[in-house]
Design a protein around this ligand. Structure first.
Ligand code: ZN
Length: 375
């Protein structure tokens, strides 16, 4: 690397680690929460918990997983759900195809992401979080569209204080998507971040929101974090990347970051269901709907455009039986949408019933599970 003594590099060198070397000390001092009475302390997680065993099987070392009431905490700055049902157990974590991402991404039909900024982060970090959202929304040719909401019940992601759980070597923490949905929590080490400037604080929030939509650390391999592969056109040596595992001040995104965001989230998709046949004659019901997806520049779904990359769509047709029997089942299907159009036919949904002939009636409903860019 060329030795250029520039402003950004100085920040990288001086930047506080999201995590510094030793995370194994179970006697870490729990700092006092300063903004709320709530206490969210952490403790070493039990080896017996199924999620902890899963995390061990995916490469985490024993003694490195902590626990709060809400989450498991794993190095360097990651949160994991405590509900084993949130995990795809057929995925051993080694088959991630893309990255610096996990292979698990927010689906392209969920590009509008509501963010609630909890008052526990205080005034400055609220402003920094708003600025972080603006930076992410400002990446052109990237479909992510974050919307600040003021009602916690509308949130896809809540940004809140760590309530004193973190020691000073962890500035923020977040997790990875599951089932095509963004991870739902970013925690910020409010006490420690208060000592840093607004640009670094904003960049910490961008970094954690990056995890929430599926981005891994740029330097995941050097950190010994398994299960990711570089996105074409990005470098694992991009020390200026927002997803580098240490925080820095300066501009939000490196050139490689922009390549990554645009490759992973090129367009937003929205389902449109068109009724084709609608027939109720003589008590017989037969309804056929054609399901399309329409392509938009981003998750505001205001500007229609053409797909600029091939996209793989995994969807599920849910079938509800009724009349003489009842029950539900589903089947999964995949489609590849080839770049170049603004509207794609996906599949048909049918509802049919002949109640006077003793049939089992069925009603279908199509649901996109994951739509992701093919890199
Ligand atoms: Zn991180």
């Amino acid at each position: 690397m060329k030795k250029v003594f520039n402003y950004q590099l100085v920040f990288i060198l001086m930047g506080l680690l999201f995590v510094v070397g030793c995370q194994n000390d179970p006697e870490e001092l729990i700092e006092e929460a300063t903004t709320t009475a709530r206490v969210d302390v952490k403790w070493l997680a039990s080896d017996n918990h199924p999620v902890v065993q899963l995390l061990y099987s995916r490469g985490y070392e024993k003694g490195t997983i902590y626990e709060t009431e809400e989450h498991f905490l794993a190095p360097p700055d990651l949160l994991y759900s405590k509900d084993i049902n949130d995990y795809d157990l057929s995925d051993d974590g080694s088959n991630a195809k893309q990255a610096f991402n996990t292979g698990k991404l927010v689906s392209l039909n969920r590009m509008r992401i509501n963010v609630f900024i909890d008052s526990s982060v205080g005034t400055n970090l609220t402003t920094d979080s708003v600025n972080a959202i603006a930076q992410l929304n400002g990446i052109n040719n990237c479909a992510l569209f974050f919307v600040r909401v003021f009602n916690a019940n509308q949130a896809n992601i809540t940004i809140r204080s760590d309530f004193g759980a973190e020691s000073s070597n962890v500035l923020g923490r977040a997790g990875f998507p599951s089932n095509g949905r963004a991870f739902n929590t970013v925690t910020l080490n409010v006490d420690t971040l208060g000592a840093y400037g607004s640009t670094l604080r904003r960049n910490v929030v961008i970094h954690e929101l990056g995890h929430c939509v599926g981005l891994r650390h740029t330097d995941w391999s050097a950190n010994g974090e398994g299960g990711a592969v570089n996105i074409p056109g990005t470098s694992a040596n991009d020390t200026g990347s927002i997803m580098w595992h240490t925080a820095r001040g300066g501009g939000a995104f490196s050139a490689g970051d922009l390549v990554a965001f645009r490759a992973l989230f090129p367009r937003a998709l929205r389902i449109d269901v068109v009724n084709v046949i609608d027939d109720y004659d003589y008590g017989e019901i037969y309804i056929q709907d054609d399901v399309f997806v329409d392509v938009f520049t981003n998750g505001s779904y205001t500007t229609s455009t053409t797909l600029n990359r091939n996209v793989n769509v995994s969807y599920r047709i849910n079938v509800q039986e009724y009349n003489h029997t009842s029950g539900s089942y589903y089947y999964n299907r995949n489609r590849t949408l080839t770049a170049g159009s603004s509207r794609y036919f996906i599949d048909e949904e049918e509802e049919e019933c002949s109640p006077y002939q003793g049939e089992t009636c069925t009603e279908e409903y199509l649901e996109i599970r994951l739509a992701s860019s093919i890199l």
